[in-house]
Ligand binder design. Structure first.
Ligand code: AVJ
Length: 322
């Protein structure tokens, strides 16, 4: 069992006070992922509307051997924000077909997700050895080990990069580039695609506003978490879940909109909402091949090899350090 540490409580409080005192009000998406939120996200990945996870998995099913074959052997696989690493098994299995043992290095803030990955993967895929690392890859340092001078394949999949604007995405990739530095190393980035010939805006929005209301519950869990951890008094029924497409910035935005005028108390501080005022909780950037190529160039990587699912909804890019 992982307990919320005092340091974590401080970080949550700081984020809540800072974000809710800003204009417009914001809360950062990392707040989604307490145990309840992580479970809701797992549910989202199985929704009929949320095509992202299935589309990425289908790419790995079809192309894992090709992807793994592009990296220098033997190799080790690292992963930023691995979570429970449910899709990573397809890549690890492909790697164990080429070498007897594969070191897998998941890096995540969630100790429980890492525990689950460390337990399930070696049992499911003989030859996998897991070296978990609890770290926030944005704020903290992390190390990717390179035993016997192996090639490094660094995964940043699942559209995780979509939560960040250009500058932050670039700094995440540049920091990673310091450890993905040898000839034969590679990064594998999974991105959701901007609306295109095969993907309507409606389809995209539905993925963030599902009929069963799981995404609404996921979004509102951020308020429930502030109630649980900080003793705040948000009335969850007094806010509604909103998901918009912002074409200017090529992103889905999630908001929690106050239905009426209300005041919420957090740690003795009073936060006032006007009717219709919203809290911006998430950006989920959607990419074109060209946009991702530019980001990779700016971050020290080659033009990528580009893999898409059959419906052209999602893409995985494999790039090398330059
Ligand atoms: C975990 C950031 C990839 O942006 O699609 C899912 C989070 N938010 N539904 C995404 C999310 C609402 C997800 N990522």
């Amino acid at each position: 069992m992982i307990e919320a540490t005092d340091a974590l409580r401080e970080a949550v409080l700081d984020e809540a006070i800072t974000g809710l005192s800003s204009t417009p009000k914001t809360l950062s998406p990392w707040l989604f992922y307490d145990d309840a939120g992580s479970a809701l996200f797992e549910q989202i990945t199985e929704l009929p509307e949320y095509y992202l996870t299935r589309a990425e998995r289908s790419i790995f099913v079809a192309r894992a051997d090709e992807i793994i074959g592009s990296v220098r052997h033997p190799l080790t696989i690292a992963e930023l924000g691995s979570g429970t690493a449910s899709k990573t098994g397809l890549l690890l299995a492909a790697a164990t077909r080429r070498q007897p043992e594969v070191l897998y290095q998941p890096i995540d803030v969630s100790a429980s997700a890492l525990e689950q990955a460390a337990r399930s993967l070696p049992a499911a895929i003989p030859g996998v050895v897991v070296r978990p690392q609890i770290a926030n890859y944005i704020t903290n340092g992390y190390t990717i080990e390179r035993p016997h001078d192996e090639g490094v394949l660094a995964l940043y999949i699942g559209s995780s990069i979509g939560n960040f604007g250009r500058d932050e995405a670039r700094s995440i990739l540049r920091k990673l580039r310091k450890q993905v530095k040898n000839i034969g190393d590679a990064v594998l980035i999974g991105v959701d695609l901007a609306p295109n010939r095969d993907k309507t805006v409606e389809r995209l929005i539905a993925a963030y506003d599902d009929a069963a209301g799981v995404t609404a519950a996921f979004n509102k869990n951020i308020l429930a978490r502030l109630n649980r951890e900080l003793g705040a008094d948000f009335d969850l029924d007094a806010f509604r879940h909103r998901a918009y497409w912002n074409p200017q910035d090529s992103r889905i935005e999630m908001h929690l909109q106050s239905l009426g005028a209300q005041t919420v108390t957090i740690d003795g501080r009073r936060i006032a909402f006007t009717p219709g005022e919203s809290i911006h909780t998430e950006n989920s950037y959607k990419f074109t091949e060209r946009g991702l190529r530019e980001l990779l160039h700016d971050s020290g990587y080659s033009s990528p090899e580009w893999f898409q699912d059959a419906d052209h909804h999602f893409a995985v890019a494999l790039a090398y350090p330059v």
